[in-house]
Design a protein around this ligand. Structure first.
Ligand SMILES: NCc1[nH]cc(CCC(=O)O)c1CC(=O)O
Length: 311
């Protein structure tokens, strides 16, 4: 029996490494003839840390270098947080597997306040996500939203330093990094719609690499794939990357998929929302339908002004 080598291209942040180690452990669990090697690399998104992400522009800041490594044969797979993965893939690469989803909700994190609703007037909240910003602003126009960049640990350090009264992070990151106690409140999707794909880990590989695809197959989670497919279809139709004020969230009950979506003005002055449901087999077309509903409400005008303000 010859051992098969699987090389994982990964970012170096604690969360990226956790996700790569998770995939390594899963591959080793399902196959006794694989050897898995991690190839940590630095991406453009990791380097440009002093500019608000929304202004950096360019989709896929965190994935490009990993993709080049696979195309050049220096790595076999890349493990991504689905919400950072652009909707389109380069020629020759594809998303092969979507793993089981962690909690998709946003988390309210603070050292002295219990929940979003208890924030005093004028409190400083850290987030650099336009999606989080617009939803918080719509709910609480009195809050002072300030930019917050960096990986999960950097953001927590800035909170602990007293720069903010509270920060908003994906619950999934805190859970995976073994810091669930940091979460004061899981923010209900009714209050704040998560980003498409939030909490899900995806695996990308060369589309013609049958050996790797066979090895990856057991890691797939069908329900997560369907949910994320619907959420991403909406984003794709709105031509939204990850740095836009767009939220989407799919849930499955029996065979029925319920998809909610939102597009908001960055200052929270306008929030468009819609909801569709249908058979799980229709995941992608439900995503398109939802995007159309939002466009009919004027989502294109809001998104256009967001893109223009970035230039
Ligand atoms: N944009 C950064 C990013 N990409 C994925 C996660 C969290 C984990 C996930 O959504 O799977 C985070 C951090 C955050 O938003 O708090």
């Amino acid at each position: 029996m010859t051992t098969k080598l699987v090389r994982i291209a990964t970012r170096k942040s604690a969360l990226a490494l956790w996700q790569a180690e998770y995939v390594k452990a899963q591959l080793e669990h399902f196959h006794n003839d694989v050897e898995v090697e991690l190839i940590p690399m630095t991406t453009k998104g990791d380097i440009i840390l002093d500019t608000p992400l929304a202004k950096v522009g360019g989709k896929g800041l965190f994935v490009k270098e990993l993709e080049v490594a696979m195309l050049e044969g220096r790595a076999d797979i890349a493990v991504h947080s689905m919400k950072d993965v652009p909707v389109e893939f380069p020629e020759g690469l594809g998303l092969e597997v979507i793993c089981p989803r962690e909690d998709p909700r946003d988390a309210f994190v603070s050292n002295h306040i219990n929940c979003l609703a208890e924030l005093p007037k004028g409190a400083i909240v850290g987030t650099s996500s336009l999606r989080r910003q617009c939803q918080i602003k719509a709910l609480r126009p009195d809050l002072d939203i300030r930019d917050l960049r960096g990986n999960v640990n950097t953001r927590l350090a800035k909170l602990d330093n007293g720069d903010y009264d509270a920060i908003i992070l994906a619950a999934a990151g805190l859970i995976r990094l073994a810091m669930p106690e940091r979460i004061r409140e899981f923010i209900d999707p009714e209050t704040m719609l998560p980003a498409n794909g939030q909490g899900a880990v995806g695996i990308e590989c060369r589309t013609n690499d049958e050996t790797i695809k066979t090895l990856l197959a057991p890691l797939e989670c069908t329900t997560t794939r369907i949910r994320v497919l619907a959420e991403r279809a909406m984003n794709r139709a709105l031509e939204g990357g990850c740095q836009v004020p767009i939220g989407s969230y799919a849930e499955i009950n029996n065979q029925t998929l319920k998809l909610r979506g939102l597009v908001g003005a960055v200052d929270g002055s306008e929030i468009l929302q819609s909801e569709v449901s249908g058979d799980v087999e229709q995941a992608e077309s439900l995503g398109l339908q939802l995007a159309e509903n939002l466009l009919a409400q004027g989502a294109d005008k809001i998104l256009k002004s967001v893109y223009e303000s970035k230039n």
